[in-house]
Design a protein around this ligand. Structure first.
Ligand code: HEM
Length: 244
């Protein structure tokens, strides 16, 4: 058995996949991290202080997790949902009643979205409370603010898609509020609605924003945000003294 394991792990095929030995020494341990597509996003060594759950409360990671969960459940919902004023509401009812696990799927997406707004705000409060917005992390704070706006934008655009009374009137009120902005209010309202009132044009635009524009921007910015965390020397906790 041992010789079989040895033959396999010494083979060219095995070595073409795994470019390191068994991780029982510092070199192989770092190679495990740097030669794996998923692990390499994580630093080889992490400061003990930054993984203390009581420091970050895991809120940024939780927000990232919810973003991935929303992307996955969103794609599955797209299999059944057609963004047209004739079909949208009926499709949602079908998802809730006919599609296997449809109700679970929709609830995962809806509750995930509510939770993501909450965790993003709590994450921001945590960053503020621990002073982690100070140099050199001020740029990442600004990236975070844009991420918060996009998170709220994703929730707002998703709200119209069920095309029920709640959605219709919420978006009517929301876009009317936008129109009160003194300089570009009317233009913003027209860009969002694509016409004088909430109708098919608005549904098409909200759908495109919700499933493509906002998630793509968020994917880019979350990548930038996490990359910045690494480039700024990990979490700000690393700069604290042991008794802080
Ligand atoms: C989609 C929204 C967001 C995601 C997915 C996200 C994700 C993360 C993650 C995973 C971390 C590292 C771990 C942690 O601190 O828990 C982090 C750190 C950080 N985030 Fe966010 N974040 C988001 C929104 C925000 C917002 C709204 C702000 C502030 C306005 C912000 C500012 C920061 C800063 C300054 C750090 C570094 C913290 C430190 O060094 O202690 N982020 N973020």
């Amino acid at each position: 058995m041992t010789s079989l394991v040895q033959t396999v792990t010494q083979s060219r095929l095995w070595k073409s996949f795994f470019r390191h030995g068994w991780p029982d020494n510092p070199l192989d341990r770092s190679l495990v991290m740097t030669t794996n597509i998923f692990f390499h996003l994580h630093p080889v060594k992490v400061n003990r202080r930054s993984i203390k759950a009581s420091y970050s409360l895991g809120l940024g990671v939780l927000t990232t997790f919810l973003f991935i969960e929303l992307a996955l459940t969103g794609v599955l919902l797209m299999f059944y949902y057609v963004p047209s004023v004739e079909h949208a509401f009926v499709d949602i009812v079908k998802i809730q009643t006919l599609v296997p696990f449809g109700q679970l799927l929709r609830n995962l997406h809806r509750w995930g979205a509510h939770l993501m707004v909450i965790t993003t705000i709590l994450h921001m409060v945590r960053v503020f409370y621990t002073g982690a917005y100070k140099p050199p992390r001020e740029f990442n704070w600004v990236v975070g603010v844009v991420l918060l706006i996009l998170t709220l934008g994703a929730s707002f655009t998703g709200y119209l898609l069920p095309w029920d009374q709640l959605a219709f009137w919420a978006i009517t009120v929301g876009t009317s509020i936008a129109a009160y902005e003194p300089l570009m209010g009317r233009t913003i309202q027209q860009i969002l609605l694509g016409g004088p009132e909430v109708g098919q044009e608005a549904l098409t635009r909200f759908y495109a924003l919700h499933i493509m524009v906002i998630p793509m921007l968020m994917t880019l910015l979350i990548s930038l945000h996490l990359w910045r965390v690494r480039k700024d020397g990990g979490l700000a906790a690393n700069q604290l003294k042991d008794n802080e």
